[in-house]
Design a protein around this ligand. Structure first.
Ligand SMILES: Cc1cc2nc3c(=O)[nH]c(=O)nc-3n(C[C@H](O)[C@H](O)[C@H](O)COP(=O)(O)O)c2cc1C
Length: 158
């Protein structure tokens, strides 16, 4: 038997845009580190990681993971464009997963743009990347696991 009143409640709330659904994972990448990390997170959380160049549609969600690298101190332009197009009515919270060689530079420009829109950046994890020979081979398995654990912990808190 269906609980009709629960269904009606869900429908009316969703019509009013109040029902939030799970998590999403998007990434931007130049050398595929962020793709690997995002796909591992997506696998763990049961959602497909999508490249921002594929123009992912983001509907009502509880938490959006944005995975990206750092290039000359900044994020890729396609990621900044994606962030600029995000609708704060659909996305309340973002967690950043940042792959960089220095392991000290965050996605500051992304963070700033999100905050200007009123989207809360709840946490950021810096994952060891590499640049040419520097830290070659990173992110390795353990680095990717670190990102997965970070994401799972945040999802569990929802
Ligand atoms: C052109 C270029 C510029 C980079 N500039 C920086 C930088 O300013 N700071 C840093 O920490 N890492 C820098 N890196 C390293 C990348 O952030 C790191 O390799 C990251 O894992 C790349 O992610 P991706 O493979 O998803 O593109 C640079 C890498 C490239 C290819």
């Amino acid at each position: 038997m269906y609980d009709v009143s629960a269904l009606v409640y869900w429908y009316t709330q969703s019509e009013r845009g109040m029902v939030m659904k799970g998590v999403r994972v998007v990434y931007a990448t130049k050398t595929k580190h962020s793709k690997k990390i995002a796909e591992a997170i997506g696998k763990e959380l049961g959602t497909k990681a999508i490249n921002v160049t594929d123009n992912p549609s983001v509907e009502k969600i509880e938490l959006l993971f944005i995975v990206g690298g750092i290039y000359g101190g900044d994020s890729l332009p396609e990621l900044l464009g994606f962030v600029d197009r995000l609708d704060p009515d659909n996305v309340k919270r973002v967690a950043l997963v940042t792959s960089c060689a220095s392991k000290s530079q965050g996605q500051e420009n992304v963070r700033k743009r999100l905050e200007e829109k009123g989207i809360d950046v709840i946490d950021e994890r810096l994952i060891q990347g590499s640049f040419l020979l520097y830290k070659l081979g990173r992110p390795n398995k353990a680095d990717i696991q670190e990102a997965v654990d970070f994401a799972r912990t945040l999802q569990e808190r929802l």
